[in-house]
Design a protein around this ligand. Structure first.
Ligand SMILES: Cc1ncc(COP(=O)(O)O)c(C=O)c1O
Ligand SMILES: [Zn+2]
Length: 425
């Protein structure tokens, strides 16, 4: 399977893989962001290469690799580029893009009443770059930028003229983005809420990010002021270093390494429960798991405080079905009106930006959305951390909350995967 280009899931516009900075659908406008490019591949899934670094091991499946090849970099140069960037990241983060652990959690499986044939497998992202899975999404974008610069297809002339990176986040995505930016010395602007978590802000400052607090302005249209400021920065030339597909589809490339790592273990999974905020994470887990011999059912997990993807799943059923939902974005997905609170605060995005691949993967695999109550969110974090010894946040264990909520309809001998996607802060 090699990547040949991009196609918008909404309007069908296409872009060739060689095109630099193909972040967004050419028909996406300031007034209408409801477009998202999807990776187009051809041929069978490229075999993995034996290497501890997943961006090297799975490189022949990555859009980044095809982009670099199309711009004249040979395989040795591409591997060298990953290793060089990875070594810089490891200096700042203490780890590079090595495979993260994936194993049957025996005590958790027992606690949930599974038989020896079944059980819960946990992918542990808490020691990954920046303490979560987020850097996987962003490393693909970073490799794209470094490649464009090296191949001479970037409009800036040298590393001193680089346009800044921009991201709107005050959580794991901001930390991952600032870690990668610091590693390669790329300027970054991080747009955070007026009352952002001071611990995160302090770390962002330490990493050298330019933190921009974003109070709501009287002139602002509805929506998150951080996103407004982020989009203004992008319109003025900053690179959208975003983990939302409609802002930068390239985040949907490297994120798939997590699914490929799981598939490469050969564990025959029946189901995977994935916590969904903006949706890029679940889209990429599902995208990577397509490389499995038998693709598990995908369950997208959200909390009662904010569940737009479950609503979109229902509505897509009335608008041509989940596989044809691209033409019905406005009918199915819009910001959740009254976002409540939850300990899993990393999945309270009022809109599931990457909902299209999530509902498509649920339809493809016979899965379904799960909306969980706060009691399950808290119980999942408690039992998940206690039985595994992994110090994950409530957001990080929210996929497990979906399993708890659906446990009555999951067989005792089924094999279920969850991702503990972020460390407790
Ligand atoms: C630890 C963790 N897990 C999962 C998610 C959800 O990812 P996505 O927003 O791509 O759905 C987030 C998002 O912030 C996160 O921080
Ligand atoms: Zn489009």
């Amino acid at each position: 399977m090699s990547v040949t280009g991009w196609r918008c899931a909404v309007c069908g516009a296409t872009l060739p893989i060689a095109a630099p900075f193909s972040w967004r659908c050419p028909n996406s406008t300031a007034a209408d962001h409801r477009h998202v490019l999807q990776i187009v591949s051809s041929g069978p899934v490229a075999p993995a290469v034996d290497d501890p670094n997943s961006f090297v091991a799975f490189r022949h499946r990555l859009a980044w690799d095809a982009f670099a090849a199309a711009n004249g970099m040979d395989d040795a140069a591409r591997v060298a580029m990953v290793r060089e960037a990875d070594a810089l990241v490891a200096k700042v983060a203490g780890t590079g893009f090595v495979f993260t652990p994936f194993a049957r959690a025996d005590a958790l499986s027992d606690a949930l009443g599974f038989t020896a044939a079944g059980g819960v497998w946990v992918k542990d992202e808490t020691h990954h770059v920046g303490g979560s899975h987020k850097a996987r999404h962003l490393f693909g974008i970073l490799l794209h930028l470094l490649t464009a610069e090296r191949c001479g297809v970037a409009p800036w002339r040298s590393s001193v003229d680089r346009p800044p990176l921009a991201i709107a986040s005050c959580g794991n995505a901001a930390l991952a983005a600032s870690t990668l930016a610091a590693a390669v010395g790329w300027p970054i602007r991080v747009f955070v809420p007026e009352f952002a978590n001071p611990v995160v802000v302090a770390r962002l400052n330490e990493l050298g990010a330019a933190v921009v607090h974003c109070p709501r302005l009287s002139t602002d249209p509805p929506g998150d002021p951080c996103v407004h400021r982020f989009r203004e920065a992008v319109a003025a030339g900053a690179v959208p270093f975003s983990v939302q597909g409609p802002e930068n589809a390239w985040c949907l490339d490297g994120g798939r390494t997590i699914g490929w790592e799981i598939a490469a273990t050969g564990v025959a999974l029946d189901r995977v429960f994935v916590q969904v905020g903006g949706g890029a994470f679940a889209a990429c887990v599902a995208g990577g798991l397509q490389a499995s011999d038998r693709t598990p059912r995908l369950h997208a997990v959200q909390t009662e405080a904010c569940a737009p993807v479950a609503r979109a799943w229902e509505l897509a059923g009335q608008h041509g079905g989940p596989l044809a939902a691209g033409a019905h974005w406005a009918d199915c997905m819009w910001p959740w009106e009254h976002v409540g609170t939850s300990a899993a605060d990393g999945i309270l995005d009022d809109e599931t930006y990457d909902w299209l691949p999530v509902v498509a993967a649920m339809a493809d695999t016979g899965g379904s959305p799960v909306v969980v109550g706060e009691a399950d969110v808290l119980e999942a974090n408690q039992v998940g951390c206690r039985t595994t010894g992994i110090d994950a946040s409530a957001t990080g264990t929210a996929g497990l909350a979906g399993l708890l909520a659906m446990r009555g309809s999951v067989g005792d001998d089924e094999r279920v995967a969850v991702v503990f996607s972020g460390v407790r802060r």
